[in-house]
Design a protein around this ligand. Structure first.
Ligand code: GTP
Ligand code: MG
Length: 906
């Protein structure tokens, strides 16, 4: 068992005295799969040579299910104790690939009770690189003295370790105490190209020479000539990667090349295909910069922080691993030691506090505690802003500046005449247009308004969590549309890809159905033939095999006569023969699990076939019977009628398409967005985004699937600072089942209940505000007509036989039901009653577990008003829970415990 350390990069080499050896500092990181280990490690600080080495566990465990452990280390002073974990899984191995292709170093720590007082470690090269210059590190045998010198804090586990060499394990799975292994959480090791292929040759055909143009894989660096590149890289869903390298992290040394197309690709692909491949290369999740190597104001970012940074309205462009500074007040952003290069969204809670010397300025003039650079000083001069007397300015994101200690805004930098020209000349950034336009708005409305506008309240964090398929994605996307946070071009492209590959999946399900219907129909024809008077006597009681033989003979007979049996009785489910090969191929792709690899990059090649298929009568006949195909998701009904349009290269998803698209990202991992609304209680959040004259309340909506939270939601603790939890349950899941990791069939509603129990009883969530979102109310209305709630054992005592009168009385105060129009409808009433019943069940459970009151809201995730109302209700719940007396008005408290007793289902 071990944890693979990755991306070992030498960050600093220095020596104290001339005669001393160099002491090399490394930073490295690991992607640890499995349960979080409780490390007691101080936060990372810059390490001085000879000082105590530090390591840190800063990041979140939700990096596609991996726990990332960024570590800064002065090599030569390694303290294995730093890694002592509570469950004694303290063995590590490292693999160094950073410097020379083919050379690698490995380092491993392991427990050894025998060598009580010894620490040994070493790193050596086992590579076959020609110049074997992997960083050599002195071997150290740590004695008691060394330990004293290293000042290991008391709280570290002082079990000593002996460090031995070990082959890094590939595809390691880490188990927790219970022996549980996170399924699917496999860290793919970065494959390497075959080292035996001579330089200059194509790695596939082994032809060519140094001068042959080649394209290389951004993962393993295998090089292919123009004839082989497409065969080896397919449709490039993650950019230029061999098909076998898809899903693997890129070679960091190639990061700068991402999205930059080579001449070889230009030879073999058209512009559109190139754009598609390059876009995928730049935007797909697995190619993103490892967050533990991105430092902001001296602090490595957690996964959540990177997400926040990348999903904010104005993210930094071309974010690659490195050290950056960020002025949270003004939004200035730059590389450490350099002048600002961009103005990004301000007030993001990422990284550490900005340092005076962040941009290496030496002007004595400060902006928000940072000494500005000479270029910026010239900018001030050109803009005629006073810079004499070494002022310290506080600069807001809209460019308003005031001197430290003086509560008076002196002006606005971005309004100064000539500022645009000055910035262009000095290569300094201007704020995004929206900052300036809101600035203009502010300017027109006077200073009082301005003060209010810039006054923002602390961030309120909302966690949206639910079982897979509960609708968290739909709610998140709906919220994004509601609060007018547009999907970026990258995101639209991702959704386009998702929708297009889903379309092919839906088509393949229909084609499977078509085959089945065709077969059934054939049997029907055979039966009819067998029943015909001339043959019926003969063929009575003849078994199906014999019927088939007769059918074949008849077929031969008819074809010999230049006719076909289908001419006499055509099979309405027989595809046009020209489409058969496409159908077989597509089914084969889906069965091999390669759908997402082939599509959607290749989708436009097949759009003509989709059009033909869609027009085919047999396909249409199958489509008409789509309700008989349980594998076809409901949402397919929305996309399939537009199959032809969607399969085209020119297709651009609308907001509604994005909303309906099943999923949010290819990995469906953690997603978050920030929005601000006026803090006075809005009538609706939707309208609130238009109110501009009240102070702003900032919200962060974080959406995560329960499957991302690990076994027993053990990674939930990383969200301990959220203020409100929206727990989403699919109301229609009561009769649905899934197979768990032990291959047991489980009821989805019961599983949802069990996740709910885990979350509400989590020690870090004791006094949090909870809102239960009972989603897919529209579907419940349909389902409950045919499938009673009693299908789920938890709802065994559900009894819908109540009068409409009674029911309507009891639900008239229901807060924000999306189906109020349907109250007179009996089915809707039963659905309402079903909803009330489920709500009461959860409320009772919550009360038993926590002794507190649970708030519930029915939602139809695909309806804007419904989601808007639920979020507004969530805001109210937050206020009530925050206030000690919780004054809950009777009109909004929709479900008291008595509901269950009164409406009880006996
Ligand atoms: N009819 C209807 N469909 C819904 C509703 N909410 C979600 N859906 C659909 O249910 C399916 C699952 O919803 P998702 O939003 O993908 O739920 P999720 O599984 O929690 O999120 P991901 O893991 O990101 O896919 C999608 O096809 C949604 O369009 C709803 O209220 N009504
Ligand atoms: Mg989903």
């Amino acid at each position: 068992m071990g944890i693979v350390l990755r991306s070992i990069l030498p960050t600093r080499a220095s020596k104290k005295d001339e005669d001393d050896d160099y002491n090399v500092e490394y930073s490295f990181a690991t992607e640890y799969m499995g349960p979080p280990i409780s490390y007691e490690i101080p936060k990372a600080v810059p390490v001085d040579v000879g000082s105590i080495p530090t390591a840190s566990v800063v990041s979140t465990p939700l990096n596609s299910g991996y726990l990332s452990l960024p570590v800064i280390y002065p090599v030569g002073k390694i303290q294995p104790e730093l890694f002592s974990s509570k469950n004694n899984e303290n063995s590590f191995c490292a693999h160094d690939s950073s410097e020379n292709e083919g050379s690698s170093a490995s380092l491993a720590f392991s427990d050894s009770q025998e060598n009580e007082n010894s620490h040994e470690f070493s790193i050596s090269s086992d590579g076959d690189g020609a110049d074997n210059d992997c960083h050599e590190i002195e071997e150290l045998s740590a004695s008691e003295d060394d330990q004293t010198h290293l000042e290991i804090p008391d709280y570290y586990d002082k079990t000593t370790q002996i460090v031995t060499f070990r082959e890094p394990k590939s595809r390691t799975m880490v188990q927790d105490e219970s022996g549980y292994t996170e399924p699917g959480l496999v860290v793919p090791e970065r494959p390497r190209a075959n080292p035996n292929v001579k330089t200059g040759l194509c790695h596939r055909c082994l032809k060519g020479n140094r001068f042959t143009m080649k394209e290389s894989c951004i993962v393993c660096d295998a090089k292919y000539c123009s004839k082989c590149v497409l065969r080896m890289m397919g449709s490039m869903p993650e950019g230029r990667k061999c098909i076998s390298c898809i899903g693997c992290p890129i070679d960091e040394s190639k990061r700068e090349q991402l999205g930059k197309c080579s001449k070889v690709l230009k030879q073999v692909l058209n512009d559109f295909q190139i754009n598609q491949a390059m876009l995928s290369e730049v935007s797909c999740q697995v190619n993103q910069a490892p967050h533990w190597l991105i430092f902001v104001n001296g602090k490595p970012l957690s996964f959540e922080e990177v997400i926040q940074l990348q999903t904010c309205s104005h993210p930094p462009k071309g974010l690659v691993p490195g050290s950056y500074w960020y002025d949270k007040l003004s939004g200035f952003w730059g590389k450490e030691g350099h002048k600002p290069c961009q103005i990004i969204t301000p007030n993001l809670s990422i990284g550490g506090a900005i340092m005076e010397n962040a941009s290496n300025g030496n002007t004595n003039v400060k902006f928000n505690n940072r000494v500005i650079t000479k270029s910026e000083l010239y900018m001030l001069r050109l803009a005629r802003i006073n810079h004499k007397g070494s002022p310290h300015y506080w600069v807001g994101h809209n460019g308003s500046y005031q001197e430290e200690g003086q509560n008076q805004i002196k002006g606005k930098i971005w309004e100064k005449p000539g500022i645009r020209m000055a910035c262009a000349l000095l290569s300094l950034p201007m704020p995004p247009k929206s900052f300036i336009s809101s600035e203009e708005e502010i300017g027109n409305n006077g200073s009082q308004f301005e003060q209010k506008k810039t006054e923002t309240k602390p961030l309120t964090k909302i966690l949206l969590v639910g079982q897979d398929q509960s609708g968290t994605s739909a709610l998140y996307k709906q919220a994004r549309i509601l609060y007018k946070i547009p999907f970026s071009e990258d995101e639209c492209q991702k959704f386009k890809s998702l929708i297009q590959s889903n379309l092919y999946l839906y088509i393949s399900i229909l084609l499977e159905g078509l085959k089945q219907f065709e077969e059934e129909y054939s049997i029907e024809i055979r039966r009819k033939l067998a029943d015909q008077p001339s043959t019926s006597g003969m063929m009575n009681n003849i078994d199906t095999i014999f019927i088939s033989k007769v059918y074949c003979n008849l077929k031969l007979f008819y074809s010999a006569a230049g006719n076909s049996i289908e001419n006499t009785e055509p099979n309405i489910y027989s595809l046009n023969p020209k489409l058969n090969s496409f159908s077989d191929w597509l089914l084969q792709i889906v069965n091999s699990g390669n759908l997402e690899i082939i599509f959607p990059a290749a989708t436009h090649e097949y759009s003509a076939l989709v059009e033909k298929l869609w027009k085919d009568k047999a396909f249409q006949a199958t489509y008409a019977r789509r309700d008989e195909l349980p594998a076809l998701p409901r949402v397919a009904n929305y996309f399939l009628p537009r199959a032809v349009e969607i399969s085209r290269a020119t297709y651009n998803p609308s907001d509604t398409d994005i909303l309906y698209a099943d999923g949010i990202t290819s990995s469906n991992g953690l997603t978050s967005m920030e929005f601000s609304v006026p803090s006075s209680m809005p009538i609706s959040f939707m309208e609130a985004s238009e109110q501009t004259d009240t102070p702003l309340q900032r919200y962060q909506l974080i959406r995560v699937n329960s499957s991302n939270l690990g076994y027993n939601c053990k990674w939930l603790s990383m969200f301990e600072d959220v203020d409100l939890i929206l727990y989403c349950v699919d109301l229609t899941s009561y009769d649905e089942f899934f197979t768990d990791r032990n291959l047991n069939l489980k009821n989805k509603m019961l599983e949802s209940k069990s996740i709910f129990e885990n979350i509400v009883t989590h020690s870090r969530f004791k006094n949090k505000a909870f809102l239960l979102i009972l989603n897919k109310f529209d579907l419940l209305e349909k389902k409950i007509r045919t499938t009673p709630l009693t299908q789920c054992e938890w709802f065994h005592d559900f009894n819908p036989f109540i009068t409409n009168h009674t029911y309507n009385d009891k639900t008239s105060d229901s807060n924000n039901s999306s189906n109020s129009n349907n109250n007179n409808n009996n089915n809707a009433s039963i659905a309402q009653y079903g909803f009330q019943y489920i709500a009461a069940k959860f409320k009772k459970l919550f009360s038993e577990l926590t002794g507190r009151k649970l708030y519930v809201s029915p939602v139809t995730g695909l309806e804007r008003d419904s989601v808007d109302a639920a979020l507004k209700y969530g805001n109210e719940v937050l206020t009530w829970v925050n206030e000690e007396n919780k004054p809950i008005s009777s009109t909004v408290e929709s479900f008291s415990e008595s509901t269950l007793d009164n409406t009880s289902c006996t």
